[in-house]
Design a protein around this ligand. Structure first.
Ligand code: GDP
Length: 458
């Protein structure tokens, strides 16, 4: 089915852990000759005679040259990540050692793997479908609890399971239609029409739910862009500092996170919120509000998923707010009105009413938690179920849209009593696009593209 890919029988190798110094580095070798190749460098014992899923400590040597003391893990086909013979060599985490080991493996006949090639082989050997393979890339890139949870669910086949249900529904649908076709000479209608409609409507609802989940899925995977705007002296930089100071206290212990990213990013309930254009706020250079209506500033706001409009509660009239709201609505912007300096007026704190208004004191750090939770609610729909399947991949969305259109065409055809053989064409089209998502139907260019986005060693 996979053309030239199916013919691959060379053995590949790559460093599976990050480049750089660490306690250990893991080098992966996968392919028919994986065990033989490593065995050539491992004089302590005959690896080819060892059972699968065993660990072996010993020295790697090239002739008389000692390379490293290592632990070798053996996984024999088909019970391995790629479905091929796999050897994982844990060596010391020195760049020099790893390069030497890789060079010797290549000398023995292995080839350096292309990005994503291990996962690609796992896919080709039926170890996982395409959505699971893509989830491998997502989980490596995941940086919050929510994105990790979603990727893990997809690795375990959460999304594939939903698609399979859909496929089963369509297949039973098409079985009913075929039955009718078989007897078309006799001019009988076998397929129970109300049942057909019911099946279709269920499928349409399900696909629509998946399509809708993309917005949320994307939020979980990539974060939410938030723009804080407001007149000079509204308290934008004070609010920014309040939000980020709190965050710094939380995240500064995490090794490897750079100050730059910390300064721009808030983690609210496991979802990342990116405060865009914060530099401008700090330097008091761009007073967006004074230039509202000017295309440039509107474009900036349109980049944001949520606009946070901060105003001084002691200086702002209801009319002004209404004008702002009208403007946001006209631009179809999601926004939150944030009344600041509530400490200046007694008794102005109120629980966030319609979800669009929050009252805070940026300076006294009051109402900040409420503000964060309102942001979260705006970004992540309130009726999110934790076990809901989320679509996070643009490729899947494109295919699902085709599935949806095909389903609608089938429905129209049924409505108009179109003959069964024409219906069958639409059904096949629908199944085709479903198959594209999971990789049952695919082409090599598409596969190459998907796997090229992986890092080497995966
Ligand atoms: P920006 O121009 O919108 O960035 O506003 P700043 O953050 O620089 O704040 C302008 C002034 O308002 C500063 O003197 C702040 O101390 C003050 N300010 C900011 N937030 C509050 C607040 O919640 N209460 C009070 N009383 N003053 C505040």
């Amino acid at each position: 089915m996979h053309g030239k890919l199916a013919g691959w029988n060379d053995t590949i190798t790559a460093l599976a852990t990050p480049q750089g110094i660490g306690a250990i580095g893991v080098i992966r070798v996968s392919g028919t000759a994986a065990i033989d190749i490593v065995n050539e460098l491992f004089p302590s014992k005959d690896l080819t005679a060892q059972p699968s899923h065993t660990l072996h400590v010993g020295f790697l040597k090239s002739g008389e040259v000692l390379l490293d003391e290592v632990v070798v893990a053996l996984f024999k086909a088909p019970k391995s990540f790629t479905g091929e013979n796999v050897v994982e060599i844990s060596c010391h985490g020195s760049h020099y050692i790893q390069e030497q080991v890789l060079a010797q493996l290549v000398k023995q006949g292995a080839r350096i793997a292309k990005p994503g090639e291990f996962t690609q082989r796992a896919f080709i050997n039926g170890k996982m479908d395409l959505t699971q393979a893509e989830a491998v890339a997502d989980i490596i890139a995941s940086n919050t609890e929510a994105s990790k949870r979603n990727a893990l669910q997809n690795i375990r086949g959460g999304f594939s399971h939903t698609l399979k249900q859909l496929r089963d529904q369509l297949i039973s649908f098409s079985a009913l239609i075929e039955l009718e076709l078989d007897f078309s000479q006799e001019d009988v209608t076998f397929a129970d029409r109300p049942q057909l409609f019911r099946l279709l409507d269920e499928a349409l609802v399900q696909v629509n739910k998946l399509l809708q989940s993309f917005k949320l899925g994307n939020v979980i995977k990539n974060g939410v862009q938030v723009a804080i705007i407001g007149k000079p002296n509204a308290g934008k930089s004070t609010l920014l500092n309040t939000l980020l100071n709190e965050e710094r206290a939380i995240v500064s212990d995490i090794a490897g996170t750079t100050r730059d990213t910390i300064e721009e990013v808030l983690n609210i309930n496991g979802v990342l919120f990116r405060l865009i254009d914060t530099a401008g706020i700090r330097e008091h250079t761009s007073d967006v509000i004074e230039t509202i209506g000017v295309e440039k500033s509107m474009a900036k706001m349109r980049e944001a998923d949520i606009v946070l409009y901060l105003y001084d509660i002691t200086q702002t009239t209801a009319a002004e707010l209404q004008a702002m709201e009208a403007q946001f609505a006209a631009e179809h912007l999601q926004y939150l009105l944030v009344a600041n300096k509530a400490d200046q007026l007694p008794n102005t704190y109120s629980p966030a009413g319609n979800g669009k208004l929050v009252t805070i004191s940026a300076k006294n750090e009051q109402g900040i938690e409420d503000l964060k939770q309102q942001l979260f609610k705006l970004a992540v729909s309130e009726n999110l179920q934790t076990d809901q399947t989320l679509v996070t991949n643009a490729r899947h969305v494109a295919a699902l849209q085709e599935v949806y259109t095909a389903l609608q065409d089938i429905r129209d055809a049924l409505d108009n009593n179109i003959p069964g053989d024409l219906l069958a064409i639409d059904i096949r089209r629908c199944l085709h696009f479903l198959g594209e998502i999971t990789g049952e139907v695919t082409n090599e260019d598409q596969l190459d593209y998907i796997f090229s986005k992986f890092c080497i060693g995966k």
